[in-house]
Design a protein around this ligand. Structure first.
Ligand code: PLP
Length: 436
């Protein structure tokens, strides 16, 4: 086997993988139509009353993407938001979550899943993840339910659906709202149903790295008329349809999208189905081939997941199968071979300084508010979440753009992993120079 690139050998590849986002004439055409029209913004508080946009085009693009994306995922309504974070906040508030309420969520996720809960003055309660999927564990969730629990927020991490059978049953039997964090789940399905169409409401992100993007943006989906109505009002300054323009009925804000962003999304949505297929095909190859390498365990797909969107291709790294070779050394060597992969989160969310120091609203609110007032030491979640701790130590992430390469590119990925694993012994005794 040839020498590792890290030790002076020739890398497996020097060509980059496809860059993201992929954009072309269609995006340029739709955006320039908006630029020329002068209809850069449109008030959409009544947008979802229309089953179809009567005259698609500049001035109606936000309405159009709301309808198209909701339909694509199988939900009745979409409410465009400025990001996945604001879509989560909107979903929580529109579902009635607020002061004094606990929301159960996994700690192996991006900060926004938890910060959105705090922003609406509710309390994040972390429950451990499942060791096979790294998604919120239904058993751990059951054990975390208290009389103050108001909602469960499963995250469809990497685009692999959480166990929605269990969560929906729990919601029904316990009277809890189910709010899906589907920020990674564009095009993904659970037993044939689109993510975001299963719970009471869901949030998607259109941030730059996401599988459907306009740079920054998001959308809340729901099939509940009341949740839709409230959410539209929330993102449109508390306005309500068919009432005077300067009458504001609830505490709302400005977290909507412009016609430019909606135009990019409409063009990107045309590309999405083909990209979902390609990612799936390549992920299956990688799962099969990488799974043969000691220490490298691609996460399996639950048979009830009928479409995985592969925002990330997830691997569990077992150092003990490679003589104890630390994951960071493996990744450093892999990078030198021209294969991009990362370790993901350094710690579960409860170890973020914002939680350890309770740097929330002034005075520690909402934890210290009279509506709640229960003492929570976020450091204590470590003992309750061993699988989340392990996921942070053992995960390897590959980003979705890698899966959009050619079949030959996938062979390079496999060859890179094989090469590094084959040199595990030499690598163990190699000291990685400190980054300068
Ligand atoms: C799981 C998850 N939830 C929420 C968000 C927040 O989305 P946004 O960055 O669009 O606000 C992200 C973004 O990376 C995410 O990964």
């Amino acid at each position: 086997m040839s020498q590792l690139a890290l030790l002076g050998g020739t890398p497996v590849r020097t060509q980059p993988f496809p860059k993201w986002p992929i954009s072309g004439e269609r995006e340029a055409e739709l955006v320039s139509e908006v630029a020329r029209s002068g209809n850069w913004w449109s008030a959409q508080v009544d947008a979802n009353d229309r089953p179809e946009v009567a005259s698609p085009g500049p001035g109606n693009r936000v309405a159009e993407i709301q309808i198209r994306f909701a339909r694509f995922q199988g939900a009745r309504f979409g409410v465009a938001c400025s990001g996945g974070t604001s879509a989560l906040e909107t979903a929580l508030r529109a579902c009635g979550v607020g002061p004094g309420d606990e929301v159960i969520l996994p700690p192996y996720t991006f900060i926004s899943s938890a910060s959105a809960v705090l922003t609406v003055n509710a309390i994040p309660i972390f429950a451990d993840v499942d060791p096979v999927t790294f998604n919120l564990s239904p058993d751990a969730t059951e054990a975390a339910i208290t009389p103050r629990t108001r909602a469960i927020l499963p995250v469809h991490f990497s685009g692999h659906a959480a166990d929605m059978d269990r969560f929906l049953a729990m919601g029904k039997s316990r009277g809890l709202k189910i709010i899906e964090d589907a920020c990674h789940g564009h095009g993904a399905k659970w037993k044939g149903q689109g993510l975001g169409s299963l719970g009471d409401a869901a949030a998607f992100s259109f941030q730059a790295s996401k599988n459907l993007t306009c740079g920054d943006g998001g959308m809340m989906l729901t099939s509940d008329e009341e949740v839709n109505r409230t959410a539209l009002s929330l993102v449109w300054y508390g306005r309500q349809k068919r009432t005077p323009w300067y009458q504001h009925h609830i505490l709302g804000g400005n977290s909507h999208l412009t016609e430019f962003q909606a135009s990019i999304l409409l063009a990107q949505l045309e590309r999405l189905p083909g990209q979902v297929e390609l990612r799936t095909r390549h992920a299956e190859v990688l799962r099969r081939e990488l799974g043969r390498i000691p220490g490298i365990h691609p996460l399996p797909v639950d048979p009830r997941v009928t479409v995985h969107s592969y925002h990330l291709f997830m691997i569990r790294y077992r150092a003990e199968e490679l003589g104890g070779l630390p994951r960071e050394k493996f990744l450093a060597a892999l990078a030198k071979e021209g294969i991009p992969a990362s370790a993901g989160y350094g710690h579960p969310l409860y170890k973020a300084p914002v939680f350890l120091n309770r740097e929330f609203y002034k005075g520690g609110c909402p934890l210290t508010c009279s509506a709640y007032g229960r003492a929570i030491d976020y450091a204590s979640f470590e003992a309750r979440c061993p699988e989340s701790e392990r996921a942070c130590r053992e995960a390897i992430w590959m980003t979705q753009n890698v899966l959009l390469g050619t079949d030959r590119d996938m062979e390079d990925v496999v060859a890179g992993f094989q090469k590094v694993a084959g040199h595990a012994e030499a690598l163990r005794s190699y000291d990685i120079p400190p980054a300068r």
